[in-house]
Design a protein around this ligand. Sequence first.
Ligand SMILES: Cc1cc2nc3c(=O)[nH]c(=O)nc-3n(C[C@H](O)[C@H](O)[C@H](O)COP(=O)(O)OP(=O)(O)OC[C@H]3O[C@@H](n4cnc5c(N)ncnc54)[C@H](O)[C@@H]3O)c2cc1C
Length: 380
Amino acid sequence: MIGFDLTKEQLECQKMAREFAEKEIKPYAAELDKRPETAFDWNIVRRFAKANLLGLNVPKEYGGLGVDMMTAVIVAEEIGAACLGIMSAAAGNWLATTCLKHVGTENQKRRYLTRCCGGNALLAALAVTEAEAGSDMAGIKTLAVRNGDHYILNGTKIFITNAGLANFYIVFATSDPKKRHSGLNAFIVDGDSPGLTLGAVEDKIGLRASQVGTLIFKDVKVPVENLLGAENTGFLIAMQTLDMSRPCLGGAGVGVSRAAYEIALSYARERKQYGRPIIENQAISFMLADMAIEIEAARLLTWKAAWLIDQGMDSTKASSMCKVFSTEMAERVCSRAIQILGAHGYTRDWPVEKYYRDAKAMAIYEGTNQIQRMIIASML
Ligand SMILES: Cc1cc2nc3c(=O)[nH]c(=O)nc-3n(C[C@H](O)[C@H](O)[C@H](O)COP(=O)(O)OP(=O)(O)OC[C@H]3O[C@@H](n4cnc5c(N)ncnc54)[C@H](O)[C@@H]3O)c2cc1C
């Protein structure tokens, strides 16, 4: 049975997310983007918390909204349409809570998932990437050595969304770098742990409202009860988490593309050259038609991946497919929107160039699109 009708709850959540995005995010997007320094803003986080959107996928019993994956991608589309940069802080939470929800013990969930929910919700983050471990996660060098009832963590994580802001981090470390995949473990690390410090904050071309930076671990003590899952299963935990988070990137890609497309459509109807609206030229109307086709195709791939997850079925290939297609589609659609707006599109007076800069990041994080193609190819 396949249907494209959303349930009453999904429609309500979509409406709530659209109103939230219009009122609480969109009005701040341009200003935060234009600040010379990275412009992370706690006020926006408070607004997310008030709507309980930081706990979007956290089960209701821990205080979250407890939505299914289908609803999560619909929410991601609405928020992505308003500002991908501002959305990044919440997306950092969704990554960490997805991981905790699936592998955390009851005690870990009570202690940490609850922190991401309700009006006072705090930020969380997932820390995988290192200087020598980007795409190749098995190259992680951050060392976790057991010492009685603690592990001692030493190492450096780079490009971490919400670095320096999160109340806790899900950190991937190795018991022995020589073991590669089979030596990896995931730990919950409190943000205020002694020995954990924030290094450089990145000066990014897009997602300016999001803080991405370096985390330095120097003899950080982590209680053994903060180990996630069984020992040496960190690689699997990361892969499963990313399978379940990538559809939200698909949704975000659809959202930012929809925003760019709507601006381009309306501009093409208004802008006159040679005595008639530019949309009356087939070259422009076909570009808009292609944009509409691609947005719809990306939405369907995304919904399929979300549906598979909600059915408890394997979503690996579908998650990677929707991530690649939607994020590359977003680059194409945003680029075409700039083209349709002509010189105006190339200025910071219109938001389409920001959408383009923001969208580019999505082809890189949560596994680059080349790595997604490797996953898909291995499953053909
Ligand atoms: C805005 C932003 C936010 C981020 N947030 C987080 C976060 O919260 N947590 C976190 O842990 N990380 C985060 N990252 C890091 C991100 O996950 C990594 O950048 C990504 O995994 C790629 O690693 P890399 O940059 O080292 O590229 P590399 O792995 O060095 O890759 C460089 C290029 O080579 C390609 N490549 C690599 N290996 C192969 C191969 N075998 N075959 C074909 N092509 C290959 C890649 O696709 C890429 O094009 C973030 C990055 C950005 C830009």
